[in-house]
Design a protein around this ligand. Structure first.
Ligand code: GTP
Ligand code: MG
Length: 321
């Protein structure tokens, strides 16, 4: 086992795609017996020589995140002939639907066949809301494999869109250019967390409608974050026709500064420690006698008054005598 892990790790460090894919499967494993091997592999990874730039893409289903990643990625790989790009798509529902894995490969036509691109859809394995802590392990592996950029796509559902903030250096919200609906649809937490908005599908609306949508989003941002520098941008683009992509990348890349990256990543680590703590606590609780008590309390939810159950819960942990 140890020799196998060693070989896998060396493969990842060499940038070998097969090794990286296998290593990603290992960290996705939810089996208890893989836990030690997973950690052995991660612990042996050296910090990368250069930090990978992590850009998160979130937005409503169908906003064009995958298409934008594909066309922006293709543009970058053409501009920088030696650069390599990794894409992780995080789909909180993929473990249920099962179908989105293939869909991402077809939505990212350019990158799927590009020799300097690597795409992996990350099923969150039924994790309770939000991003699974394993996404941070996937990022670590991609970084060790020597990619220059990492794009992470997360469907904007529940907590995961704001949690993406803790996985990336730059958070891009992909919006649709229909004034009114769009501003109302973005949750306040996300408006406060994002670094920029790509107003996608600009090719589908007339210029004045586009300007109206842009103005609305900018006004909402000014209202919430007017005092901040750098101020989040709102930029019309079309992932389909590739218009606006050079400007979009210029703005995203302008935010990439090593000085500000370090403290932000340090703060993110504290967030992930809490996530692992919660994960371990859950696993421990489930197999302890408390887990059985929890299941029995849940089973009586329909027949027993809530406050009686709450009293029982407090009593289990000795919080009331
Ligand atoms: N006209 C036009 N269509 C676009 C553009 N970008 C994406 N689309 C189309 O919008 C549809 C959804 O695009 P996706 O890239 O799959 O959207 P997504 O946000 O990744 O969707 P989910 O991953 O399902 O949340 C596809 O049919 C795309 O071809 C654009 O700039 N213009
Ligand atoms: Mg998608």
């Amino acid at each position: 086992m140890a020799a196998g892990i060693e070989a896998l790790r060396e493969g990842v460090l060499r940038g070998d795609r097969v090794a990286l894919a296998r290593a990603l499967s290992l960290i996705e494993s939810v089996r208890d017996e893989d836990r030690r091997a997973r950690l052995a592999m991660l612990r042996g990874l050296q910090p990368p020589q250069k930090p990978i730039y992590r850009v998160g893409f979130t937005g409503a289903p169908g906003a064009g995140k995958s298409t934008l990643i594909d066309s922006l990625g293709a543009y970058l790989l053409e501009q920088y002939p030696t650069a390599r790009l990794a894409v992780l798509t995080v789909d909180p529902s993929s473990w249920r639907s099962g179908g989105s894995l293939l869909a991402d490969q077809t939505r990212m036509r350019h990158l799927a066949s590009h020799p300097r691109a690597f795409i992996r859809t990350f099923a969150s394995g039924g994790h309770l809301g939000g991003l699974h802590p394993r996404i941070y392990e996937a990022i670590t592996l991609c970084e060790a494999a020597g990619f220059d950029w990492l794009f992470i796509e997360s469907v904007g559902t529940g907590q995961s869109e704001v949690e993406l903030r803790y996985a990336c250096d730059f958070l891009l919200y992909v919006a649709l250019p229909y004034a009114g609906d769009e501003v109302q649809g973005i949750k306040r937490g996300l408006m406060e967390a994002l670094d920029g908005i790509a107003l996608n599908k600009a090719d589908t609306v007339p210029p004045d409608a586009l300007r109206r949508a842009q103005f609305q989003l900018e006004t909402a941002l000014h209202f919430l974050r007017g005092h901040e520098t750098p101020f989040p941008f709102v930029l019309p683009v079309s992932a389909l026709t590739a218009s606006g992509l050079p400007e979009l990348w210029e703005k995203i890349f302008a935010a990439f500064s090593l000085e500000s990256l370090e403290p932000q990543r340090q703060a993110q680590l504290r967030y992930w420690i809490t996530k692992y703590w919660e994960e371990a606590l859950h696993a421990w609780l489930e197999r302890s006698p408390y887990g059985i008590t929890y299941a029995s309390i849940q089973a009586r939810a329909d027949t027993t008054p809530l406050w009686q159950l709450v009293e029982e819960i407090y009593a289990v942990f000795g919080l009331i005598s």
